[in-house]
Ligand binder design. Structure first.
Ligand code: G4P
Length: 287
């Protein structure tokens, strides 16, 4: 794909995203650690490109969430890459596991230096104030709920912070700053937009369902032919045989074909297979 084809005029950057960014810039000086949650199936596309500017040198942890849904062999390469670039990375299945404990462990270890210095001055250890950020639907709320558990007693403004923050107590080591850490990736790249739509991170109305469905078929054809066969009953997908493939999928899914194949309906079925996690062990971003 050349650059011309690879760019898109999608300009989906709603106003509230600007506001969130501004809110975060206002409070960032009070934050100790930023926890960036990403989707392990798209470790590049689900990152926030200008996060570095927003967090202004704060310590950060990248949580590779939905790790249960990814192709570990590929996703691990991204983890290595980010690690080599100096990031702290954690894998997480926030839905079905206790991986949130890894987050607490990393937070604790990131605070060791600060707390050693405090201890030399006779000060008590500082609790880390953490901010969770990420694009929509990567599992931030699920992770936050796990971290909060049932033991949360105190939600609300705490005194002693210059700009008043809503702080949620997690445990003796960390607090969460309760701010809508939802941000949008600035996607000028169509591949990124299609990857985000495939994982229902951006809504279908930004791209057509057919476009997104075809992108999913292309990726499965390129990397996961067995899943193409298993989930949709087709051996191969190419742009030359779209109609033939959609007819085969209709038959495989018992969708009657009247005058012609219902592209929209089949496309929704393809998208829903992703949404409902029928298609697993996949990673679309490649290094
Ligand atoms: P967000 O705050 O970042 O927007 O994401 P949220 O926690 O709402 O999670 C979005 C969806 O992803 C939810 O599914 C949630 O259960 C699922 N999810 C979160 N973390 C993981 C994970 O590590 N692995 C898997 N497999 N799924 C995860 P949903 O269908 O929208 O809601 P629900 O039916 O599960 O409640």
């Amino acid at each position: 794909m050349n650059n011309q084809q690879n760019t898109t005029n999608i300009n989906y950057y709603p106003g509230h995203m600007h506001k969130t960014k501004k809110d975060i810039k206002n409070i960032i000086s009070n934050i100790d650690i930023v926890i960036e949650v990403i989707d392990s199936r798209i470790p590049f596309s689900s990152r926030i490109p200008d996060l570095k500017n927003i967090i202004n040198g704060k310590k950060s942890i990248i949580v590779f969430n939905k790790y249960d849904l990814c192709d570990e062999s590929i996703t691990n390469k991204w983890m290595e890459k980010y690690k080599n670039e100096g990031s702290i990375v954690i894998t997480s299945d926030a839905k079905n596991s206790n991986d949130y404990k890894k987050v607490i462990e990393e937070v604790k270890s990131l605070m060791i230096d600060i707390n050693n210095k405090r201890s030399l001055k006779g000060l008590l250890p500082k609790k880390a104030k953490c901010l969770i950020m990420g694009v929509p639907n990567v599992g931030k709320s699920t992770l936050i709920n796990k971290l909060i558990g049932k033991s949360v007693l105190d939600v609300g403004n705490k005194p002693g912070v210059t700009k008043r923050l809503n702080v949620v107590k997690i445990n003796e080591y960390m607090d969460l700053v309760d701010t809508p850490g939802i941000l949008w990736p600035k996607f000028e790249n169509k591949e990124v937009a299609l990857n985000l739509a495939s994982m229902t991170i951006i809504k279908e109305e930004v791209l057509t369902v057919e476009e997104v469905a075809i992108h999913i078929l292309e990726k499965l054809n390129d990397y996961y032919k067995d899943l193409l066969k298993q989930e949709f009953g087709i051996e191969e997908y190419t742009s030359d045989n779209i109609e033939e493939c959609f007819i085969k999928i209709s038959k495989y899914k018992n969708i009657p074909i009247k005058d012609e194949v219902d592209y929209e309906r089949i496309s929704m079925i393809i998208l829903n297979s992703m949404k409902q996690e029928k298609i697993k062990k996949i990673t679309f971003d490649r290094i």
